[in-house]
Write a protein that binds this ligand. Sequence first.
Ligand SMILES: NC(=O)c1ccc[n+]([C@@H]2O[C@H](COP(=O)([O-])OP(=O)(O)OC[C@H]3O[C@@H](n4cnc5c(N)ncnc54)[C@H](OP(=O)(O)O)[C@@H]3O)[C@@H](O)[C@H]2O)c1
Length: 355
Amino acid sequence: MSLDFKPNNMPFRRLGSSGLRVPLFSLGGWLTFGGSVKGDTAKEILRTAFENGINMFDVAESYADGKCETEIGRVLKELGYRRSDLIITTKLFWGTRPGPNDGGLSRKHIIEGTRECLERLQTDYVDVIFAHRPDHTVPMEEIVRAFNWVIEKGWAFYWATSEWSAYEIEEAHNVATRLGLAAPIAEQCRHNMFVRERPEKEYEPLYRKYDLGTTVFSALGQGMLTGKYNNGVPSDSRLAVEKDPQHIELRAWLESDVGKARVAKVKQLSEFAEKELGVPVSQLALAWLAIKPATSTIILGASKPEQILENLKALEVIPKLTPAVLEKIEAILENKPEARPTFGRPELQGALPRL
Ligand SMILES: NC(=O)c1ccc[n+]([C@@H]2O[C@H](COP(=O)([O-])OP(=O)(O)OC[C@H]3O[C@@H](n4cnc5c(N)ncnc54)[C@H](OP(=O)(O)O)[C@@H]3O)[C@@H](O)[C@H]2O)c1
């Protein structure tokens, strides 16, 4: 077993406008680590990731009520990896307790919450701290100042947002620029073959204006784009195992007309991936995201080490995505976001809108 990090054939990209180099594929702990995945399995998944070029791990204070951070912190310590070889990111918003100041983005929670994350993770700093959601009850200046303070303290190197609107990200930048403080470097957004409007259209001006990067989540549509739900819900899948409201809702949705239509699309994509490219649909779905210019890293979710190895084969699918193949995929998906209007002046295509 080697403790030295070897990137192998993992591409590394800058995280947005920052100098931080992140692996194209990272690993997240939502719903798995500290919940259904613990102990030796957790260790085996992290070791498999690290030994295959994944040195970035994404968690949040709220995942498994803090137990996700505790589990990942413990395993990383036990594995003995050098801290500078790792990129650890966490997120604040929902907290781990219900108190009025135990969540949100007040200065109090940002500072106290960060301190608690570091304790659970057994580390002196995280590389990036995310605002897990926007908080409309707190002035933007308070939020920007608090994250800047956390960075000045050395508890995080950068801050970023998750599921903020383009308007909110723009506001954070304006405040940071006016006060000479750190601005968010990236957005952690849902992006997959079925969720495209926000990452591909709403954020598009921000990619060009701020060099904003994305750390993409639910790239496989919470497992759906693996095709594992094409013929019902397998008993060892998280949709069968997890009891949180989101998964109960998702399970019911699969039985609805819209859910059935989505499964039919996945079946079409699966057939295309297997017949035309000779790969499973999961690898096609990941490669399709990897070639998007704003994608800095795709956060994989995994409950078994084999899933990581399987998903990393997406790197070999990237060269197969020729313009002709991409066109055929668009014809199946039928959901390409409309381009911004040019009002009959094609030279306006790609120009920055006045914000
Ligand atoms: N910022 C946010 O608001 C936010 C929200 C959601 C997620 N995230 C982050 O993004 C990470 C990933 O999100 P996600 O879990 O929704 O991602 P996902 O990739 O859409 O789904 C992951 C699930 O897909 C299944 N899977 C993965 N590879 C597979 C394979 N090769 N074969 C069969 N099944 C496979 C596994 O399900 P089973 O467990 O059933 O095996 C796995 O748990 C999270 O851990 C978290 O760090 C952030």
